[in-house]
Design a protein around this ligand. Structure first.
Ligand code: IMP
Length: 425
């Protein structure tokens, strides 16, 4: 049995929620492996809209095992709120399990995230303000608290005290900010522990058992490849590994059986937060993409920056994640553009390359465009590739040719059913 990985190919917000939801129908187990509640996955099912931040999209199907791996950082309050929101809407959570090794995002991480950003002046990253970077920093510095710690009442207080003595010192001495009160924080956090406790399980044995029983596992990516801590547009990245490489380290399921890697790419490009975005459109066309595509963050509500598709970036993401196929989303948003530009290469120091310049050179590189003819017809909801206008078919085929990766799915609207299957899933 080989298992599937689904990842974002751009700077997040590629419409992964919908594609994961589609693949989740076929899977028995759905697993989150990186990021935290900086992610926001929108799924529209049976006319109902769900916004998920930490819980895998598979939760919307009864009987799927839904796992949150150790590579995810968990804000316990957000998790409990998300759980209770789903319960209120009649979604059962019996199959939700999370790793005791997953690190906690605690209130001081949020405070530090915001203070670090405020103090960066012109150099802000534009984080989601969810405390993600400081939580992963604590993990790497080996001073973090984990889900398993929260479950042990006796030792939790001591561990929290130790962690807080460090963070309070930073708050008071570096930022001249008030410290957190140990007792208050301890009571608040322990009050969440009982909601979480029944869901905590060691994941590697569960994943291995699922594999041995021939159950299909889907690893659900959050954020996008270009936000990868190492291979993204550093430092304008998130603090985890949202690509295919993050799966094994973020779940404890080895790479041997991970053979299908589906990359999700939007038909154009968006980015929230700061950082280079060479194909960004600042004027009317950018505004049109934002309005038509409803490009506002699910997590923060921030307007997303919009621009043309960047093929060198897509090729790069396809390469370092060894993707086996692509899903192209939001093709319908491009209807009504008489011309569509696509970045096919970059000019740096008077020479042209078809590769994405690395993060050291990107800001000095100029995109080189090819202009394709657009289409007027509204293609929303089309499910048969042949029914697309020839220009839209050409657009899809062009991306396929330029990346050398098959586009198996094309999404033509937000609903589960608005999708073209060019290959069986
Ligand atoms: P952080 O992950 O909150 O630290 O933010 C770091 C960068 O990643 C910022 O540019 C965020 O806007 C971006 N980011 C984090 N999560 C997402 C996401 O789910 N979608 C899009 N961008 C994200």
């Amino acid at each position: 049995m080989s298992h599937k990985i689904l990842i974002g190919m751009q700077w997040g917000d590629e419409g992964k929620g919908k594609i994961t939801d589609l693949l989740a129908e076929e899977a028995d187990v759905v697993v989150r492996f990186s990021g935290g509640n900086n992610a926001g996955h929108t799924v529209i099912a049976e006319g109902q809209k769900y916004e998920l931040h930490l819980i895998p999209s598979g939760i919307l199907y009864p009987k799927k095992l839904c796992l949150i791996g150790s590579g995810v950082v968990i804000n316990p309050r957000s998790l409990v709120e998300e759980m209770s929101g789903l319960k209120k809407r009649g979604i059962a959570l019996d199959n939700l399990h999370l790793s005791p090794e997953a690190h906690l995002v605690l209130p001081y991480h949020l405070r530090l995230d915001n203070l670090e950003e405020e103090n960066k002046a012109g150099d802000k990253i534009g984080t989601t303000g969810r405390g993600i970077g400081p939580a992963y920093a604590d993990k790497a510095a080996r001073r973090g608290l984990r889900v398993g710690d929260l479950l042990s009442r006796e030792s939790f207080g001591k561990k929290l005290e130790k962690s807080l003595s460090y963070h309070n010192a930073v708050l008071e001495k570096v930022y001249r900010e008030p410290a957190f009160d140990l007792q208050q924080l301890k009571v608040d956090l322990l009050s969440l522990a009982e909601e979480i406790r029944p869901h905590v399980t060691s994941l590697p044995p569960l994943l291995w058992k699922s594999h041995r029983e021939n159950r299909q596992i889907l690893f659900e990516g959050a954020q996008g490849a270009l936000l990868d801590l190492d291979f993204g547009t550093y430092p304008y990245v998130t603090s985890s590994h949202p690509g295919a490489g993050g799966v094994s380290s973020g779940t404890g399921f080895g790479p041997r059986y991970l053979n299908e890697i589906l990359g999700v790419a939007k038909a154009y490009l968006t980015r929230v937060g700061r950082g280079p975005f060479p194909t960004e459109l600042s004027g009317e066309q950018g505004e049109k993409l934002r309005e038509k595509g409803q490009e506002f963050g699910v997590t923060t509500g921030r307007p997303r920056r919009c621009g043309w598709l960047d093929l060198p970036a897509l090729r790069y993401a396809a390469m370092f994640n060894s993707v086996t196929a692509l899903a192209l989303t939001k093709l319908d948003v491009l209807s009504g553009f008489s011309e569509i530009k696509v970045c096919t290469g970059y000019k740096i120091n008077n020479s042209i390359t078809d590769r994405l310049p690395d993060s050291f050179q990107l800001k000095n590189a100029q995109p080189v465009y090819q202009t394709l003819t657009g289409w007027e017809q509204d293609i929303s909801g089309i499910t048969n590739f042949q029914e697309l206008p020839s220009e839209a078919r050409h657009y899809v085929n062009f991306i396929e040719q330029e990346t050398g990766v098959k586009i198996n799915l094309v999404s033509t609207g937000p609903d589960r059913k608005e999708i073209i299957h060019r290959q069986p899933l």
